[in-house]
Design a protein around this ligand. Structure first.
Ligand code: AMP
Length: 226
């Protein structure tokens, strides 16, 4: 059975970091729509040029565009035997489209990472990422930005252009309005789980791995915060 995982949770919940680790452990691709859009911005493609304006405001790229991007990505050979989606779906329309894309595949496992909103602004405005590969630089202070390199690729560190306070507040508002309703969309499924994201990273990972395994094997603990 393939693991077809959706990571839900607000910006700053740690989805990307946890998804990276789980993807490496399970040998399946992490598919981050935010990373794909940032790559398109860097490459200067038409989608990238249009997305940049929207991303810098903290708003969402249109459902039509992002669904097209994900459809193409899921068709690639490496995603046929499982994948981890990070940052998609973000609206109910995207979730419906994803359900259609799952025709003939194993059912989605959905894990919601829960973090109190009060922690998120601080996490996002203080985080640093690699300029080249986008990996989060865990535990690196702003004062060490010039002297620390990315642990994955050795690239320089920077603050993401949408991680300043004004844009973060808008992103959290957009999350509450457009993305939080997805929890209700998925909650009744036997493959839905919630994980407490306000713990040490290794603890969150252990809970995530356990939640994924219990959901994938058809456990009946749907919705319990573990
Ligand atoms: P992220 O890296 O997931 O925080 O995404 C960064 C930005 O990319 C978001 O604030 C949106 O502007 C855009 N974005 C990423 N994923 C999606 C999506 N599924 N739907 C619409 N916009 C998205």
């Amino acid at each position: 059975m393939s693991l077809n995982l959706v990571m839900l949770g607000p910006p700053g919940a740690g989805k990307g970091t946890q998804a990276d680790r789980l993807a490496a452990a399970r040998g399946i691709p992490k598919i981050s729509t935010g990373d794909m859009l940032r790559e398109a911005v860097k490459a200067g493609t038409e989608i990238g040029l249009r997305a940049k304006v929207v991303m810098d405001r903290g708003e969402l790229v249109s459902d039509e565009v992002i669904i097209g991007v994900v459809r193409e990505r899921l068709d690639k050979a490496d995603a046929r035997h499982g994948f981890i989606l990070d940052g998609f779906p973000r609206t109910v329309a995207q979730a419906r489209a994803l359900d259609k894309l799952m025709d003939g595949r194993d059912p989605l496992v959905v894990v919601d990472i829960i973090v109190p909103e009060a922690d998120l602004v601080e996490r996002l405005t203080s985080r640093l990422v690699c300029e080249d590969c986008g990996t989060n630089a865990e535990g690196v202070l702003r004062s060490a930005i010039a002297t620390t390199r990315c642990v994955r690729c050795g690239g320089r560190l920077k603050q993401r252009s949408d991680d300043n306070e004004a844009v973060v507040i808008e992103r959290l508002k957009v999350y509450r309005r457009d993305t939080q309703p997805l929890v209700d969309y998925y909650r009744s499924r036997p493959t839905f789980r919630a994980v407490n994201g306000a713990q040490a990273m290794d603890r969150v990972y252990a809970d995530l791995a356990e939640a994924v395994d219990s959901a994938a094997s058809g456990g009946a603990l749907g919705g319990a915060v573990r």
